[in-house]
Design a protein around this ligand. Structure first.
Ligand code: F6P
Length: 357
């Protein structure tokens, strides 16, 4: 192996630059090989958008959010848009372009990009994956994904700030956080930020239960309440109005989704003034926490180590204190949900947090 290519795919996450930097430094210093980046994920591969990644090119990027390589969400070489509404399998061409420019590929991405990595590896391309998502919902070993720590630290800070204003104004404040399919950010930030109610996709909620919690607080002279809701949180069956609104909102983050609905409903039912804050993409931007910088660095080093060992078709993960390779095929297992019967949820319940169920 003389030259390795790297790309970042899917939604950005704090720590992407730290991974790229670790890959380049290790490749150059430890193995004396070259690294190139493809810009804008797989789209950049198809469009031959290359960037030489020298140590100079990655200097100073460790604390920066985003990705110096750029990324896109939707471009899949197996189902590539060739004209408006027209798609074709261009995976052979994709492999040819990668092979022409490098001896192996490292894909830093979430479930979408890693599934593509798996499919390319099945076709014989030497590929290694690096797991990324702020949602922490990749079923790749037991490891946390980098970006998650930064995202929920930010959501925790938001809850601290909202706490002060909610208490001063005697309001119910709903904080909507990311997490389309899994409620890890809401659960962790909710516990760390002292929320009274946590709503997650894994535990369908009932308004009566949330209202009961708010009422209980009122009885104890607590005239404000904080609710943190994952964007994918859903009411238990039967509330047609809410289901309709959520169903029509194809892009909850952009349009403002469950947070607004919950805040309105709680104001009506309790008579207490309610407000909503949608954190949105603020959770994805920003500088990675030290934890994420270290995790991302370890993943970058582990990925290039795998490449140099000729261990392809794997994604790096962390088991306890050790980085381990996990078969890329594991990605097909789908999303890692919050364990609704797990210790963390139980601990939250024991300290009085309601899940609205
Ligand atoms: O997958 C990560 C995620 O942060 C989700 O929680 C959220 O729904 C989504 O990205 C938003 O993506 P986009 O940038 O496409 O709006």
């Amino acid at each position: 192996i003389k030259k390795v290519a790297v790309l970042t795919g899917g939604g950005d996450a704090p720590g992407l630059n730290a991974v790229i930097r670790a890959i380049v430094k290790t490749a150059v210093r430890e193995y004396g090989i070259e690294v190139i980046g493809f810009r804008d994920g797989f789209k950049g591969v198809m469009e031959h958008k290359l960037l030489p990644l020298t140590e100079d090119a990655v200097s100073g990027i460790l604390p920066r959010g985003g990705t110096i390589l750029g990324t896109t969400n939707r471009d899949n070489p197996f189902h590539y848009q060739v004209a408006p509404g027209e798609f074709a399998d261009r995976s052979d061409e994709c492999i040819e372009i990668i092979r022409k420019n490098a001896d192996a590929l490292i894909v830093i991405g979430g479930d979408g990009s890693l599934s593509i990595a798996h499919d390319l590896s099945q076709k014989g391309l030497p590929v290694v994956g690096c797991p990324k998502t702020i949602d922490n919902d990749l079923a790749v070993g037991q490891a946390k994904t980098f970006g998650f720590d930064t995202a929920y630290a930010f959501a925790t800070e938001a809850l601290d700030r909202l706490h002060a204003t909610a208490e001063s104004h005697h309001r119910v404040i709903v904080l909507e956080v990311m997490g389309r399919y899994a409620g890890h950010i809401a659960l962790h930030a909710g516990i760390a930020g002292g929320a009274d109610v946590i709503l997650i996709p894994e535990i369908p909620f009932r308004y009566e239960q949330i209202v009961a919690k708010i009422q209980d607080r009122l009885n104890k002279n607590k005239r404000f309440s904080l609710v943190v809701a994952a964007e994918g949180a859903k009411p238990a069956g039967g509330n047609m109005v809410v289901q309709k609104v959520v169903a029509e909102s194809t892009d909850p983050i952009r349009l403002g989704g469950i947070g607004n609905v919950v805040a309105q409903e709680l104001e009506q039912r309790t008579g207490i003034e309610a407000r909503v804050t949608v954190l949105g993409h603020l959770q994805r931007g920003g500088s990675p926490t030290p934890y994420d910088r270290i995790l991302a660095t370890r993943y970058g080093v582990a990925a290039i180590d795998l490449v140099m060992q000729g261990k392809f078709g794997y994604v790096v993960s962390l088991e306890g204190e050790k980085t381990v390779p996990i078969a890329l095929s594991e990605i097909a297992k789908g999303i890692r949900k919050v364990d609704a019967a797990g210790e963390l949820v139980k601990a939250a319940r024991k300290i009085g947090i309601s899940f609205g169920d």
